[in-house]
Design a protein around this ligand. Sequence first.
Ligand code: ASP
Length: 419
Amino acid sequence: MDDYNIGDLITIKTENTDYTGTIMPSLDENIIVIKMKNGYNIGISKNKIKSIELINKGEKPTYKLPPLEIEKKEDLKNISILSTGGTVASRVDYNTGAVHPAFTADDLIRAVPELLDIANINSKAVLNILSENMTPTYWKMIAEEIKKEIENGADGIVIAHGTDTMHYTASALSFMIDADVPIVLVGAQRSSDRPSSDAALNLISAVIASTQPIKGVYVVMHGESGDTFCYLHEGVKVRKSHSSRRDAFKSINNIPVAKINPFTKEIEYLRDIKKSEGKNIAINTNLEEKVALIKIYPGIDGNIINYYVDNGYKGIVIEGTGLGHTPETIFENIKYATDNGVLVAMATQTINGRINMNVYSNGRELQKLGVIGCEDMLPEVALVKMMYLLGNYDIEKAKELMNKNLVGEITEISRFDSY
Ligand code: ASP
């Protein structure tokens, strides 16, 4: 093995199988890691290797490239891409094996040169985390960075984000930011070093969206599994709805805002848009973090609610069954919460459709206990909204606003489809 270097293309023969791929950095000296043609990395223990055949000597990739000299084009909008991490934003440094955000403007433009025809790109790595590690504190940090960029002249913002919790961040930014420009979150299900990567098309589409005369917070991702178009989803009406498909993000209980063709750069609006009227930006990052989301299931132990109440939680969103129900066995726990001044709201775990707590006596009982129905708001959005309301208002006002539409999170008439 010592005769081979990172970047070399080799075939490793083990007792049962041959593996062909490019040598990657390995953190364990007893394991050789190769990236195979299908994009997956595989680690093979040196003691299982019968022989290695060199197919091609590779070049060690280097990222210390000279700065690009790009002239700002007067007729193009100025777009800031803020990266927070996740698959869309990462690259492996072949010298060290470390994963870095690839988001200096130069790195981005080298990877996706088409961006130069769409906008003047400025970029910054704000965080470098997988989005499962996102927190409300980071949401605030992102909101503050967006404000700075807009005040410094950005006409639109793209946030590169891990997909797992992108819809929570989109919701948080929707409530915290009142901006006259588009703020577009974008992710990728497959990283850019895989042949099936969706990163470039998603990014191109997000930048196209960020140059439009619209305002608000959106998510852009593949519209179908093929490389054909992307959807522009409203930030408070979208959800990661598949663990691996490239079109994992679906607008729920509403249709997407627009269809974006990354090849022709055309955008087709599917519903009324919120027109941008200037470049004002105001943020309110007050959030009450002691808010919980509880999923109902047969046999649930209601003491989980007491736990939250006794630990100082100010609000609980229940992801109830069907039209907004819980087992009767936990009514007393819910009463304990509302009697102690905790705001309790109900969203449905069916995801599609809306709450109606007037149909069955169960729902009516829950209303009597003070539970507020969240109409057709997604449970994740209800959680973030409750954090926002309890961070800014007293419980009575928060209760009053919980089932009123503030930023598009509740639609008056349900559309039962997801797109
Ligand atoms: N787990 C990753 C994340 O959400 C997946 C991705 O980047 O899409 O950050």
